[in-house]
Write a protein that binds this ligand. Structure first.
Ligand code: 3H9
Length: 706
């Protein structure tokens, strides 16, 4: 009954009277078609062989099973289906034990739930994260889980997608036994032997009734519906999950399974599933930059930070949280004290919310030192400059770094716009200079643009990616240009929004349309939150180089001239009376807009929300295409990840370039050409977009690195 383990993704081996079934499908034992066939064959063999008295399922490598093979979604289905595999396991006439180590997620947990007994090692991660992919458990998970642990706990797992540890799973009854050692095979075999010795019966979840407290189960369903309406109103699959769990309470098992299948297929067909699966792979693909392939990062443990303002302090928190040493440089003791206070404020906030202990804060702060002398940076392995956004100021800092830093130190600039090639060229070691564009608040925002100047050496870029990993950031490789990937594209769609505002749409309608699309905030709310003065300073800086033929909407300047910089000044596009966090529309702003329209000789017209989003997205996609064409972004997916993690783009749409593919590139191009009739200078179709449309291709065709 044994096979060649090197070729088989499911290996069977008789251990005494236990048939050991090992899933061996690296990297994560996903349940591709070969694995599904192998499991069914193993259970058939177990039933047919009188020498087998029990079956033990385990996984090789670091995980039990990470779930269905996500790469198969959207392709023609190949039998057996995963629900059929689970039903076959459950129907086995001999006790089946699942011994879980590492991840048992989605279909992986559903396999375990179809088994008759479950053992989990202490490192086990149990979860039903399908919702994060726009899906729902589709292999009996919605029916077996509530029967085992009740609707409330089952819904919590399925609607959050969170991973549960072994002990919590054991306390809930999701697993029967905790592993006692680090040897999952030995534990599993011992458990199977024990079950045989005690004549433990075959236990099928299909025969169990939902955990009995009817009232509690009902209340859980209602609470989940309310919560979903509040928190996930734009998502498709959460309500389907609730519907399926409700069926587990009301209907018999087979009927429930049928409904689950029907709803699962609806989720599978939804564009949200395509968007979320794209996001899943894209955030893994961004890690594969050319410089990270075969290059070892430089070792680092000590990070220097120049500048203790909001950004510098946010970066310091992220670095301290990663367990590294921080030396912060400020110009004088007072500024240093403010930098330190910024950091402590973040930690004190966490302590107040019960998310950090005072001891943990003390441990982090023990790794922090401040100095007013650059020489204190001599031992640092990586130095990040986070000073005022001005080329002369930054170059002066880099001259100091050149003077004091040890050979081989990575010298990074946290700039949002400036030419890093020019910074690198100003010192004697340009190969050590890289851009690290953090987003504010830097200890929270996940995105880190890694800006790669022309002369930088590959191991410095690899070190930047390694630093991102340690800091739990999502790194995206960007080339040097004004604004890199994110802010450059932002400038384009913000321009489209400003033009629509001057042409007749109110900022409030634009924000609402953008929120309805799935963003947490619209562009004018974002401006109020970030502070209008920042954009104003940039516009003034660029005024001299602005194309005199380009349309320039002055509304934002009129608002800033009044000192209305947004939330921090109590008003911007919106009013924030008494420090309110949510703004209310301001009739005076509407009057300013009217006056500007009159000044520009514009007769206002109305826009539908759909028209607003067509322009907003067309501007974003067109500039995204330019950014890819000029190799500022390696691939369209790098643009997508930038917007998902730095700009609040709705994840279920996959990112702007994925969204463009969903809409269809010919349609996007037709829109741009239509808008160009009004403003040909702004709406110049990207050469890449035109080329793709001519070849009948889409952005996704460019997502593989050569
Ligand atoms: C489901 O199960 C539906 C069913 O209910 C019903 C069906 C009818 N498939 O994350 P990593 C790849 S839906 C294919 O870097 P880690 C991943 O792309 C599924 N590939 O490792 C990467 O490839 P590459 C529900 C997968 O150690 C490599 O494996 N399950 C899958 O940091 C390593 O991944 C989930 O949503 C997959 N299922 O984390 C779990 N999973 O090397 C999704 C991973 O080419 N997976 N890959 O870049 C995870 O959460 C993490 O991968 C895991 C490991 C925690 C397991």
């Amino acid at each position: 009954m044994s096979q060649d383990p090197s070729t088989e993704v499911v290996v069977r081996e008789l251990r005494g009277s236990v048939l050991l079934v090992t899933i061996n499908n690296p990297p994560v034992n996903a349940l591709g078609v070969a694995v599904r066939r192998g499991i069914v064959a193993a259970i058939d063999a177990a039933d047919a062989d009188s020498a087998v008295q029990a079956v033990l399922i385990i996984g090789t490598g670091r995980n039990f099973i990470a779930g269905a093979d996500i790469r198969e979604f959207g392709k023609p289905p190949l039998p057996p289906s995963l629900p059929d595999v689970c039903n076959r396991i459950e129907a086995c006439s001999k006790p089946v034990v699942a011994a879980i180590h590492g991840a048992a997620l989605g279909g992986g947990l559903e396999i375990a739930l179809a088994a008759h007994y479950r053992l989990a090692a202490t490192d086990a991660k149990l979860g039903l994260p399908e919702v994060l992919l726009g899906l729902m458990p589709g292999a009996g998970g919605t029916q077996r889980t509530p029967r085992l642990i009740g609707a409330k706990a089952a819904l919590d797992l399925m609607l959050s997608g969170r991973h549960m540890g072994a002990e919590e799973g054991h306390a809930l009854g999701l697993v029967d036994r905790l592993g006692s050692s680090n040897d999952i095979l030995a534990d599993g075999l011992a458990y199977a032997q024990e079950l045989l010795a005690t004549h433990a019966p075959v236990r099928r979840m299909r025969d169990a009734h939902a955990v009995s407290d009817r009232q509690a189960n009902r209340a859980a369903i209602e609470a989940a519906r309310d919560e979903t309406a509040k928190k996930s109103r734009t998502l498709f699959s959460p309500l389907k999950i609730i519907e399926a769990v409700e069926a587990a309470l009301d209907r018999d098992f087979d009927e429930g399974l049928l409904l689950e299948r029907e709803l699962f297929l609806q989720c599978l067909d939804s564009p949200q599933r395509a968007g979320l699966v794209h996001a899943f792979f894209a955030e893994r693909e961004v890690l594969k930059a050319p410089e990270t392939r075969n290059t070892k990062p430089r070792a680092f443990n000590h990070v220097g930070l120049v500048g203790g303002g909001t950004m510098g302090a946010g970066i310091a928190v992220a670095v301290l949280d990663a367990g590294l040493l921080v030396t912060m440089i400020e110009r004088d003791e007072a500024a240093l004290a403010r930098g330190r206070a910024h950091i402590e404020k973040v930690y004190n906030g966490l302590i107040a919310k019960g998310r950090m202990t005072p001891a943990a804060k003390a441990a982090n702060m023990a790794r922090f030192v401040g100095s007013t002398l650059y020489d204190a940076l001599a031992p640092a392995d990586v130095v990040i400059e986070a000073v005022y956004e001005d080329m002369a100021v930054k170059q002066a800092v880099f001259a100091e770094l050149d003077r004091v830093c040890k050979p081989g130190a990575v010298l990074a600039s946290n700039t949002s716009y400036l030419d890093i090639d020019a910074i690198a060229a100003s010192i004697s070691r340009p190969t050590d200079v890289v851009g690290l564009h953090f987003f504010s608040p830097a200890n929270i925002m996940k995105l880190l643009e890694i800006v790669v100047p022309a002369k930088v050496s590959a191991d410095v870029v690899a070190t930047a990616f390694e630093l991102a990993k340690k800091l739990h950031k999502v790194p995206v490789r960007a080339g040097v240009c004004d604004g890199f990937i994110g802010n450059r594209i932002l400038a384009a769609y913000r321009m489209a929004a400003d033009c629509m505002m001057e042409d007749g749409a109110s900022p409030y309608q634009i924000d609402q349309a953008v929120r309805n699309f799935g963003y947490p905030m619209g562009p004018f709310q974002v401006s109020d939150l970030a502070g209008g003065d920042i954009g104003w300073a940039t516009r003034k800086r660029k005024a001299v180089t602005r194309d005199p033929r380009a349309r320039y909407v002055q509304i934002a300047d009129r608002i800033c001239e009044r000192g209305w910089f947004g939330q921090k000044t109590g008003r911007g596009y919106y009013l924030y009376p008494d420090g309110a966090r949510t703004g209310t529309p301001d009739p005076e702003v509407e009057a300013i807009i009217d006056a500007e329209r009159a000044r520009a000789g514009i007769t206002p017209r109305s826009f539908t929300d759909e028209e607003i989003m067509r322009r907003y997205m067309a501007a974003m996609i067109n500039e995204g295409a330019n950014v890819v064409h000029q190799r500022i972004a390696l691939r369209p997916l790098d643009v997508d990840v930038t917007f998902l993690y730095g700009y609040g783009f709705p994840r279920h749409r996959g990112g702007p370039m994925k969204y463009a593919d969903t809409v269809g590139l010919p349609k996007v191009l037709a829109d741009i050409r239509e808008f160009a009739k009004e403003n040909p200078l702004f709406w110049q179709p990207s050469a890449l977009l035109v080329e793709l449309v001519e070849h009948g291709a889409n952005f996704d065709s460019l997502n593989k690195l050569e």
